[in-house]
Design a protein around this ligand. Structure first.
Ligand code: MG
Length: 376
């Protein structure tokens, strides 16, 4: 039976598949509130503050980090979840946890670690987020990890290769059967994109790597900027940028709510099981798809591949590769808790250690291992 205010196809405490290890029900909060709270109190969550989104953490105090990114994703996800009468606590929990497995130095770090791990089964940050909440957090007396609800774990694992799916038991099963996660999980995934597509424009402009005129031909930005100027003639600078971007976020979120509502209706969705069986239901309208592709292309060509960003990512790749090779050649250099893990699976233990590092910890570790004239 649906809980108060929730759509019948939303995930609830009652229709959830529960925790791997059964625990007593919480007293003054729901099961998914407890998940959200466990995530916020985790070590991996605090480390997000010092991990790169696009700009290396110490480059400026105003740019997004993985922590502020995750909070923005959670904000958008919750708003949309509430508008769709979905489980806001679950949606928020997935959004806050979605990047817990991310390496230092953003996507460059993830790609570098994946390269290092190619001979050992690869490295995927989604899978690492799951590994973090299932295994790596060491906080509770009775279990490793956070022992989160099935649907929170399912939402965090948004992609997965067939090989990994086969090894993941019931959580991997849906990839083999082509079944969809809950609407809350689908939502967190799409709202991740809404957050970064917008805040990367903001950070790009703030950093000066993108100039406002370059966005004249990017429809999503240009249309909203014209709307702002029609209402506030002469507005300029940061206020104009912010007014434009908040309208872009709103346009994407409202489109998502409307289109998803239509698709739920068109597919005759009445239960959570219908959601799993249906095609992906959380989607933008066709009208928004082309302008979104254009915005992504713009960011790729003008920000993510800007030479100053590439210099940073190039260096980051080298740091990750150096650390990995040094530990692989000499696992005795690992801190003791990782050495114990390394006796079971050397490469995976090294990947766990590196993925858990913040940007500045990775740079410090690199100096400790490689800086000539600094032997201590
Ligand atoms: Mg993200």
């Amino acid at each position: 039976m649906a809980e108060a205010g929730l759509a019948p196809y939303a995930v609830s405490d009652a229709n959830s598949r529960g925790r791997r290890l059964v625990e007593e029900a919480p007293t003054a909060r729901g099961e998914f509130q407890r998940d959200r709270d466990r995530i916020v109190h985790s070590t991996a969550f605090r480390r997000l503050e010092y991990k790169t989104q696009v700009f290396v953490n110490h480059e400026g105090d105003l740019f997004r980090t993985r922590l502020t990114h995750s909070i923005e994703v959670a904000q958008i996800t919750r708003s949309v979840a509430r508008a769709l009468s979905l489980n806001e606590d679950l949606a928020e929990a997935v959004a806050l946890a979605h990047d817990l497995g991310h390496t230092p130095f953003g996507h460059a770090g993830q790609d570098a670690l994946n390269d290092c791990m190619k001979p050992f089964g690869g490295f995927e940050h989604n899978l690492q987020s799951l590994r973090t909440i299932d295994l790596l957090e060491e906080r509770y007396a009775a279990f490793d990890g956070l022992n989160l609800m099935y649907e929170t774990r399912e939402g965090v694992l948004k992609h997965c290769s067939r090989t990994h799916a086969l090894a993941l038991g019931d959580l991997g099963q849906r990839f083999l059967e082509g079944r969809q996660p809950s609407l809350e999980g689908q939502l967190a995934n799409v709202c991740d994109e809404i957050a970064y597509n917008n805040h990367d424009v903001d950070d790009g402009l703030r950093s000066g790597l993108i100039q406002p005129e370059q966005l004249d031909d990017v429809e999503l930005f240009a249309v909203e900027r014209r709307a702002v100027l029609a209402r506030h003639p002469g507005l300029a600078g940061r206020r104009l940028v912010h007014e434009t971007i908040r309208r872009m976020i709103n346009r994407m979120a409202v489109d998502l709510i409307q289109t998803t509502t239509e698709r739920i209706e068109a597919n005759g969705i009445a239960t959570l099981d219908d959601v799993h069986r249906a095609p992906p239901l959380v989607a933008y309208s066709d009208a928004l798809k082309a302008p979104l592709r254009e915005l992504k292309r713009f960011l790729r060509e003008n920000l993510y591949r800007h030479y100053q960003v590439l210099r940073m990512t190039n260096k980051a790749r080298r740091i990750i590769r150096d650390l990995f090779d040094a530990f692989l050649a000499e696992p005795a250099l690992l801190p003791p808790q990782y050495q114990a893990r390394a006796r079971e699976d050397k490469a995976r233990a090294i990947a766990d250690y590196i993925a858990g590092m913040t940007d500045r910890y990775a740079m410090k570790e690199h100096r400790r291992l490689f800086a000539v004239g600094e032997i201590h």
